[in-house]
Design a protein around this ligand. Structure first.
Ligand code: NG6
Ligand code: CA
Length: 505
């Protein structure tokens, strides 16, 4: 039985549902966020890619809204995901940059989160896939015991996790706080500062590798791939990279099947298309662009499986699906996987400059599709929308109220998400580091002066660092080629003041 919102339910709920145009008592929609990893603005065929096809995502886009100005908050994973799940900018807090795989939980019990808010409205909540927000108490998780705190302590009823990233140890899944398939007689040890145990490393035994690093990634070898960090033990629990998309997609589908009779919220965070890119044999070699392109096809397949499950359960018309990415694209992120050689004419960032790690738009302007069959009309939205607003906007859609102090940076733009409103936020803030911020307002983009190299040599990314202010007119210069700060001091001042005032909130 679906929960019904009847007239007379708490005022906030009725008011928010009226705003998106419901006149009848309605069922609360299921909500699914599918978050890709490192997928670029130009990586999907519905965003203009021609070298490969992503039919499942294109279909969602054709049934829903495709945003041209959808943003994540940060050009790397941990801060981006932190902001999405807490509605609070990661740059407000120390210790929120890319975390090692043995970091303790960043989001701790008592914090108000997207899942805790949605859960309070009667939803069953689940997370499947990449976490990368730390686990366990100070000092890090006990991989051989119960790993808490974790997602189950901050609002998720169910969790099945890749603890950090595919390229970081430990290479095991964690389900509801326990390593899956662990043999207690073979305990796991993890160390990020020195070698632990006697498992071979990429540095010492490169002849054992099936995928070689291009930079970094030369520590413990698991499944023929050397990683970041050292581990030993837990042999029976090790993941197989080639099966990862199948494993997590199955878990996501199972969560949908198990919960289809009542409202649910699923945060499905894929490993694709992060490194190491080791797609299943079904996809390997299929894109003609090497593993990076193949991983995009695999991601598209995962999205298709989710939609199929919704159809099977007959809940597609009652489910809002959002597809986006945690940050922009990178071609060589540390493994020799031919991504550079086979890129051809494909442009992972599309028309945008820069990518992952970059203050240019390619770092944080991402694919963003919102689809809700029968409710959201097909179209393209040019409204500014930031993932920071998912907490408040989805709370609005779920009919949840946000406790005092929750999601301090998050605003309710549910009408933008559903296409009822054409105008979104006034501005978005983008970060590449805690002190490296940019702001977009109207057609203007300001990048604050910053130290550091202009090119990150290993990844060959344009960082956007410059000791001078950079101002670009995204209206006539979407690729940020002409710095017009010198000609527009008043705009530079206005945007700097605005950014400072947001910072001091
Ligand atoms: C970098 C890694 C990169 C990737 C990134 C995090 C090296 C040399 N590079 O430090 O491969 O793991 O961290 O990516 O180790 S993210 O998408 O999770 O932010
Ligand atoms: Ca990422």
């Amino acid at each position: 039985m679906k929960l019904k919102l009847l007239t007379g339910t708490a005022g906030i709920i009725s008011a928010s549902l009226t705003q998106i145009g419901f006149s009848q008592p309605v069922e609360k929609p299921n909500i699914i966020i599918i978050l890709a990893d490192d997928l670029g603005y130009g990586d999907l065929s519905c965003y203009g890619a021609t070298s490969l096809k992503t039919p499942n995502i294109d279909r969602l886009s054709n049934q829903g809204l495709r945003f041209t100005n959808g943003y994540c908050t940060s050009a790397t994973s941990t801060p981006s995901r932190y902001s999405l799940l807490t509605g609070s900018y990661a740059w407000r807090r120390e210790g929120t940059s890319v975390l090692p795989g043995d970091a303790s939980a960043l989001i701790t019990p008592g914090m108000i989160t997207l899942p805790s808010v949605i859960k309070s409205a009667g939803y069953t909540t689940g997370v499947v896939g990449k976490w990368h927000l730390g686990l366990g108490p100070e000092g890090g998780p006990d991989w051989n015991g119960v790993i808490r705190p974790g997602p189950n302590d901050i609002g998720f009823d169910y969790s099945f996790l890749i603890p950090a990233t595919g390229d970081r140890v430990p290479c095991v899944y964690v389900e509801n706080g326990r390593v899956v398939g662990l043999d207690p007689s073979d305990p796991i040890s993890v160390d990020y500062s020195k070698k632990i145990g006697n498992w071979p490393t990429g540095k010492e035994n490169p002849e054992l590798l099936k995928m070689h690093p291009s930079h970094g990634h030369d520590m413990t070898i698991v499944n023929g791939i050397s990683r970041i960090g050292y581990m030993t033990g837990g042999k029976s629990a090790l993941w197989v990279d080639e099966d990862m998309a199948d494993v997590i997609t199955d878990k996501a589908v199972k969560f949908i099947e198990d919960n289809h009779e009542k409202p649910f919220f699923l945060y499905f965070a894929t490993h694709d298309i992060h490194v190491p890119r080791v797609p299943h044999g079904r996809f390997a070699g299929k894109s003609g662009m090497g593993p990076r392109g193949d991983a995009i096809l695999q991601f598209d397949w995962s999205v298709g499986e989710i939609v199929k499950a919704l159809k099977r359960m007959k809940i597609q018309k009652n489910t809002l699906i959002i597809v986006s990415s945690d940050n922009g694209p990178v071609v060589d992120d540390g493994y020799r996987d031919q991504a550079v050689e086979l890129l051809g004419s494909h442009r992972p960032s599309g028309k945008l400059r820069g990518g992952k790690y970059s203050a240019f738009e390619g770092g944080t302007r991402v694919v963003f599709i919102s689809s809700w069959k029968g409710t959201i009309k097909k179209g393209v939205s040019d409204a500014l929308f930031s993932q920071i607003d998912l907490l408040a906007s989805l709370a609005g859609i779920a009919g949840a109220s946000i406790p005092e102090g929750g999601g301090p940076d998050s605003r309710n733009y549910m009408n933008v998400l559903t296409g009822k409103a054409k105008t979104g936020r006034d501005w978005v803030v983008e970060q590449t580091g805690r002190n490296k911020l940019s702001i977009v307002k109207n057609e203007w983009k300001l990048i604050l002066p910053g130290q550091g190299p202009k090119i990150q040599v290993n990844t060959n990314t344009e960082t956007g660092n410059d000791p001078e202010y950079q101002l670009y007119n995204l209206g006539n210069d979407p690729s940020e080629r002409n710095n017009v700060a010198g000609d527009n001091p008043a705009i530079v001042k206005e945007l700097t003041d605005l950014l400072n005032s947001i910072r001091s909130l």
